[in-house]
Design a protein around this ligand. Structure first.
Ligand code: CP3
Length: 344
């Protein structure tokens, strides 16, 4: 059976379309009262992530509420470190916290990786099956993973950070440990995403959320080679979108990886991105999420400007996840503005 709305897949295949598809990073989450209602019934975030029926329910919520062109499987990037042997806690109002972190080569050696780690994530694959049934072919389903460097940041730092200086310290003092860890994470991501694709996701996105703490030389050493391995391993079975938040300095190297799509944030403007990628690269993004605090006229103007600036070969999105306190009406207005846009 074919998808009723395959606009996202057609753009990723390089087909000509009349408007960009739109979905939002963090579309499933606290902007939706129905999400907050599900969360309130549970003891915590991790319980939600590990319950396939609820995963399907909250993955569908933004498809129903916002009529976006894609669903993104509700989960978290931190399920991968957990499957490798580093459990996390989600501390209310503070974010993720890891009781155990990676410091030595022996710590890296003790981690589970590849298929052995991926097979511990059965609840994610069950969630995909349930979600596909509930979606009933309405829109494509996006699966995702953190990028090796971003997961490395959490596994070494043990929590969120503005600088990730503890994680970066390892890059400069023990690059041998860093590379060994990055390779183990990469092997696990590949095994995990292969299982997600086998379970039925139509697209995968790799979130390199902390790319922006590096400079281009260190990004070339500690992120690009691993992203390339992931793209090479998966590209024949599924379109891959890379989202390197803050990595404007490595746009050329990222483009050269040759993924189906490349997400950019608002620190890069569309015209500059196009000078590097050319007109045919599928770019995703990049409205500043704060635009959605503005009035309706401003939101539609900015949506139109974004669509015009990128031109075709574009997936409309924000430049990062939607902020939880964004008025839902404004989010809807943004989605509808993009859906009214037509390439001339
Ligand atoms: O709609 C979607 O985008 C799918 C769901 C999704 C979540 N996390 C749910 C979530 C996705 C794609 C992620 C990825 C994720 N998780 C990233 C990469 C994307 C990005 O934002 O850069 C990162 C860095 C994480 C790690 C993470 N998870 C943090 C830092 C936090 C706490 C921050 C916060 O907003 O509280 C989470 C928790 C989290 N993951 C929430 C949601 C909806 C909020 C927790 C809650 O409901 O209480």
């Amino acid at each position: 059976m074919a998808l009723h709305n395959d606009l996202l897949l057609r753009v990723l295949r390089g087909e000509k379309v009349e408007r960009p598809p739109i979905w939002l990073m963090r579309q499933a989450g606290r902007i939706l009262p129905e999400y907050r209602a599900v969360r309130e019934r549970l003891s915590g975030f991790i319980e939600l992530v590990q319950s396939p029926d609820l995963v399907a329910e909250v993955t569908l919520q933004p498809v129903d509420a916002l009529d976006v062109d894609a669903a993104i499987l509700f989960s978290d990037i931190l399920v991968v470190p957990e499957a490798m042997g580093l459990p996390y806690e989600m501390v209310e109002a503070r974010g993720p916290w890891f009781p155990k972190t990676i410091e030595t080569m022996a710590d890296v050696d003790s981690l589970i990786s590849g298929d052995n780690a991926a097979e511990r994530l059965g609840y994610v694959y069950d969630g995909i099956h349930k979600t596909l049934t509930a979606l009933n072919q309405r829109v494509p389903l996006i699966g995702f993973s953190g990028a090796p460097f971003t997961l490395f940041c959490y596994m070494v730092e043990g929590k969120g950070s503005k600088t990730f200086s503890k994680a970066k310290k390892m890059l400069y003092t023990r690059p041998d440990i860093a590379h060994k860890l990055l390779q183990k994470i990469t092997d696990t991501i590949i095994a995990y995403l292969r299982q997600k694709i086998k379970s039925g996701v139509n697209v995968v996105q790799i979130f390199d959320s902390w790319a922006g703490v590096l400079d281009s030389a260190s990004y070339d050493r500690f992120s690009i080679p691993y992203l390339r391995q992931i793209n090479e391993a998966l590209k024949d079975s599924c379109p891959v979108i890379l989202f390197p938040k803050g990595a404007w300095f490595s746009l050329q190297a990222l483009h050269d990886i040759g993924s189906s799509g490349l997400g950019i944030d608002w620190n890069i403007d569309a015209a500059y991105a196009r000078t590097i990628t050319g007109p045919y690269k599928v770019l995703q993004g990049n409205l500043d999420p704060c635009v959605l605090y503005a009035n309706e006229d401003t939101i539609s103007q900015e949506a139109n400007r974004m669509c015009n600036d990128f031109g075709p070969c574009h997936i409309a999105n924000l430049g990062h996840g939607v902020y939880p306190d964004t008025p839902l009406e404004n989010v809807k207005h943004f989605v509808n503005s993009v859906k009214r846009f037509r390439y001339s």
